[in-house]
Each structure stands twice: as structure tokens, then as C-alpha cells.
Design a protein around this ligand. Structure first.
Ligand code: CFM
Length: 543
């Protein structure tokens, strides 16, 4: 076992980070860097514009809409209206997996684009878009075509919604709908999630009233089947006898979306990307939602038990207990062999809008400490919990995104659980419509940084010398050159699945290997062989 490390004073680290910035910028960034005290209600500035000149981890609104939420659905054609680069860089760069589906329609490996040119920008691109929709329909005859707006579309005023309506009518048997998800629409990909939720809700959810056939019918919201996570979760649901009507949107198809309003419970995995859908389905159809997390073995057991409690069914509860009892021994056995090597090691996580929180569970199971973490684009509720929702100020950037007015469906609203039942369950400790956020789960004095910048990353690494840093491909090589192993938590570095019990074991093993290797510390970056200004910084890392 490694000896306990003395950690730096987080207030001093924060001060050292801010010290480098001009005064105005330092003031602004100070509000996004919080020394955590889980007992206090601390506010963290988030979901605000990144300051130009700062190197951010963030992506764009189009990425959140087209790539994240719609990307994992196999039988919709995602047609990008824009220059080819926007499509090329979104082409299979996320590791969503899918079953082939009964009809074999799987368009995920394709890249569809209108390939806008100069004259489309000058004279308008609607004609080209119509032709592209017709062409893609003639070749593939898909059930649905989604049209995604890139930045120039908003700038020149092409109306993707009007074109989609017209083509839907013309084609007859194909659901065509558009997304105003121009990259600049919001401050990050988060705006794209909201836009995607809205359009799916408006154009797809509720289109097919065929009742769900299972005994316990649920939807899993905010699980995108990265690296096969969704497959592992589905395996567990199946073993417990729980029927998944639809997953939003890992391993999904249009039919499942259309029938998702027939489920009796929504489970929310990634709160950031899909809480809008959960709320809209509750209002319109009466389906309650619960936050769960399938990252971490204990978290997985807890999530399954929550489903059992919600349905208040002894048979289901017994089945769930049997599944947990069957799965846990293998998990514990691996933890027992690995934990002596990982105990006390330090982790940092700067990812997206939920994984920086969820993955702390797996590190906890290995006895590791998360000393610093943050989201790229989370909102205050993802950090501080939904209790702060009424106090979040709506700024110009959020006002930009349509807020659908949703009302109970006159025919199809059906309260799945009576107020009385929900209140009784809540009194027993079952949390419904609640997410407590990351901060209350993190240790006292851990450092929480929203929209971490490149400079801040360097400084955090130099100050804490973590044993592992979790982020994405943009950060990976810089961090490795600083002598620290980097685990990608977006694409999983082609590893995974990491969800559920089997996924947890995969993760423990990968982390064990990464932490054991000394290769990164032995590397010497080529620029260090030249007299240069970065030598001092490097010395800070390796000291
Ligand atoms: Fe939700 Fe995601 Fe994430 Fe996300 Fe993402 Fe992602 Fe992510 Mo990359 S929906 S917020 S926009 S869990 S693509 S599958 S890994 S940043 S932490």
C-alpha cells in the first residue's frame, strides 16, 4: 500500500492559477473555481461563455445535437447541412455501438452532408438541401431523415424546418425534421442537447401508441452506448426481467422513440444531456423519472434496487437481489487483487457534463481519491443539485434556445404513480425527480473547476502530480508529455464497456495497468532538447 500523500492547499493552487491571468479575467475565472466543502451550499459559475483566447475543452452546439443525442440511433439518416468539414469531423468519431436491428437499417457508419460551397453560401443552400434529401431517400428509403444546421446555415438564413416539412409531405413515408443547432447557438454542446431533445419530443415521441409489453416497462435516458456500455446495462435489465422500451439514444431506433411514451418509468443516466426529455415526458404523459448511475459496481446495484423500490414488487426485488448476488463476487475478487496497488492514488476528471461525476464511483471502489474534477459544459444543477434550478439566471445565451411549452396530453396523460405513492416512496428515501449534483459527493477541499482551460490543466497537474488524469483526445497528448497517464472517458481509448458489473471490472483492470506503467515519466519531450521556455514548466511536473 502506498503511503498517504500530502496534498497541496487548494486555495493556494487556485491563487497560483489566477495569478497568471489579467485582473478582469482572473475575477471571472475565480467564480468557476471552487474549493469544495460538501457541507456548504457553494455556488459555481458554469454554462457561461468561454473567454476568447482561453483554450477550452468544449465542443459546439451542433456536436451536442447531431453527434451526441442523434448520433447513436441506427435507422435515422443524419444529414448535415453545411460545409463538409462539419460532417467529416463528426463522422464516427464517437464510439457508439449498435445492434444491427431487425431490418438491417444501420446508417451510423455513413457520413451525409450537403457539402455547401461558396455559391450556396452566397445564393442560399435550400435547393441543394432539398436535392440531398431526395437523393438520400432514393438510395436508402430510411424511416426518418434529420437535417442538422451548421453555422453558415444560420448566418445565411436557410430554413431547414420549412424544407423538411415540404420534403416530408412530398416523400410521404419518411419523417423529415430539422434542427436549428448551429454551432454558435449556445456556449457549448449543451445547447445542442436541448435542441435535440425538443425536436425528438415534437416530431417523434408519441407517434406510435402500441402499448409496451413487459411487466416492468422503463426508458433509459441519457445512455449513449459508448464502448458498449448500453449492452451491459441491457444485459442486467434483461436478467432482472425489466423491459427497456427505449434508450435515449444508445442502440436505439426510431420505433423505440415513437413508443417511448408508453413506459412507466424514466431512468436518467446523463442528467445534463436529457433532463429536458424526462421533464417533458412527465408533464405530457405522466411518467415519473429517477436519476440513476450505472458507472460503478455499487452504483449499479443501487440503480437496480431503485427500480425495484419504484415498482414496489416483491418478485422484481427478489430477482434484482439475485442478479446482484450473482454478479458481485467476481467484482469484489478483482477489487481485492487490484486495490493494494491503487489505494491512495490520485485521480483528476475533466469530462463533459456527467462522467466527471459518475466515474468518481469507480475510483472510489479502487480506493483512489479524486482531488480535482469539473465538467466541460455542465450547468449549476449538475454541480450543486437541482435545488438551485429556480435561482439560475436565464442569460441571453440560454434564452436563445427554444423552451417548449408542454402540457398534459388530453388523451394520453396517465399518471403512472399516484401522488400518494410517490410521496410515500420519497418518505422511504427513494429520490424521484432529483439530482444532487457532483459537489455534495466530492471530498472536502477537493478543487472543482468548470470549463477548465489548458493553462489551468497544466497548473493542476504540476501542483497535484495526479496518478491519472481523465479527459479526452484533445488533452491526451499534452498530459502524457507531462509524464501523467491519461484515460479518455469520452471514447474510452477503445476500451470498455465500463458500465454495470462487467464494465466495472474492465475499468479496474485498465486503470491498474495505466497506473503501474512508468513509461510516461521516462519520456523526454523532443522540445526539451532545445533551449526553450518550457523547460521550467516541465521541471515542475517531474520534480
Ligand atoms: Fe452526457 Fe455523454 Fe457526458 Fe454528454 Fe459528451 Fe459523451 Fe461526455 Mo463526450 S451525453 S454529458 S455531450 S455522458 S460525448 S456520451 S463522453 S462529453 S461526459
Amino acid at each position: 500500500m502506498s503511503e498517504a500523500r500530502t496534498l497541496p492547499d487548494p486555495n493556494a493552487v487556485k491563487a497560483a492559477i489566477l495569478d497568471k491571468y489579467p485582473a478582469k479575467l482572473a475575477r471571472k475565472r475565480a467564480a468557476s473555481i471552487v474549493v469544495n466543502d460538501p457541507k456548504l451550499d457553494q455556488e459555481i459559475q458554469s454554462n457561461v461563455r468561454t473567454i476568447p483566447g482561453i483554450i477550452t475543452q468544449r465542443g459546439c452546439t451542433y456536436a451536442g445535437c447531431k453527434g451526441v443525442v442523434l448520433g447513436p440511433t441506427r435507422d435515422i439518416i443524419n444529414l448535415v447541412h453545411g460545409p463538409i468539414g462539419c460532417s467529416f469531423y463528426a463522422w464516427l468519431t464517437r464510439r457508439n455501438q449498435t445492434d444491427p436491428g431487425a431490418d438491417g437499417d444501420n446508417f451510423m457508419p455513413y457520413c451525409f452532408s450537403t457539402d455547401m460551397q461558396d455559391d450556396n453560401i452566397v445564393f442560399g443552400g435550400e435547393k441543394k438541401l432539398k436535392a440531398a434529401i431526395q437523393e438520400v431517400y432514393d438510395i436508402f428509403h430510411p424511416k426518418a431523415i434529420g437535417v442538422f444546421s451548421t453555422c453558415p446555415v444560420g448566418l445565411i438564413g436557410d430554413d431547414v424546418h420549412a424544407v423538411s416539412r415540404e420534403m416530408k409531405e412530398k416523400l410521404g413515408d419518411c419523417n423529415v425534421f430539422g434542427f436549428s443547432c448551429e454551432g454558435y447557438k449556445g456556449v457549448s454542446q449543451s445547447a445542442g442537447h436541448h435542441i435535440a431533445n425538443n425536436q425528438l419530443f415534437k416530431h417523434v415521441v408519441g407517434n406510435d401508441d402500441t402499448p409496451a409489453t413487459g411487466k416492468y416497462n422503463i426508458n433509459l435516458l441519457g445512455e449513449y452506448n459508448i464502448g458498449g456500455d448500453g449492452f451491459e446495462i441491457d444485459r442486467l435489465f434483461k436478467a432482472c426481467g425489466i423491459n427497456v422500451v427505449c434508450t435515449f439514444s444508445g442502440n436505439s431506433d426510431m420505433e423505440a422513440f415513437e413508443r417511448s411514451h408508453t413506459a412507466d418509468l424514466n431512468l436518467v443516466m446523463c442528467h445534463r444531456s436529457i433532463n429536458y426529455m424526462a421533464e417533458m415526458m412527465e408533464t405530457k404523459y405522466g411518467i415519473p423519472w429517477m436519476k440513476i448511475n450505472f458507472i460503478g459496481a455499487d452504483a449499479t446495484a443501487k440503480a437496480l434496487r431503485k427500480v425495484g423500490e419504484y415498482f414496489e414488487d416483491e418478485e422484481l426485488k427478489a430477482k434484482i437481489e439475485a442478479v446482484i448476488a450473482a454478479e458481485m463476487p467476481a467484482v469484489k475478487a478483482v477489487i481485492d487483487t487490484i486495490r493494494p496497488r491503487t489505494e491512495g492514488k490520485l485521480a483528476m476528471l475533466f469530462v463533459g457534463g456527467s462522467r466527471a461525476h459518475h466515474y468518481q464511483e469507480l475510483f472510489k471502489e479502487l480506493g483512489m481519491k479524486t482531488v480535482s474534477a469539473g465538467y466541460e459544459f455542465g450547468h449549476r444543477d449538475d454541480y450543486e443539485g437541482r435545488k438551485v434550478l429556480p435561482t439560475i439566471k436565464v442569460d441571453a445565451d440560454s434564452r436563445n434556445i427554444e423552451q417548449l411549452k408542454v402540457e398534459p396530453d388530453p388523451e394520453r396523460y396517465r399518471p403512472r404513480a399516484s401522488e400518494v405513492k410517490l410521496e410515500a416512496l420519497q418518505a422511504q428515501g427513494l429520490e424521484v425527480s432529483e439530482y444532487r449534483g457532483m459537489m455534495s459527493d466530492m471530498a472536502d477541499q477537493s478543487l472543482i473547476v468548470d470549463d477548465v482551460s489548458h493553462w489551468e490543466t497544466e497548473k493542476l497537474i504540476a501542483s497535484y502530480k495526479p496518478d491519472i488524469f481523465c479527459a479526452g483526445i484533445k488533452e491526451k497528448y499534452v498530459v502524457q508529455k507531462a509524464g501523467i497517464p491519461l484515460k479518455q472517458l469520452h471514447s474510452y481509448d477503445y476500451g470498455g464497456p465500463y458500465a454495470g458489473f462487467k464494465g466495472a471490472v474492465n475499468f479496474y483492470r485498465d486503470i491498474d495497468k495505466m497506473i503501474a506503467t512508468v513509461i510516461w515519466k521516462k519520456l523526454r519531450a523532443p522540445w526539451l532538447n532545445h533551449a526553450g521556455t518550457r523547460d521550467g514548466l516541465r521541471a515542475e511536473y517531474v520534480a
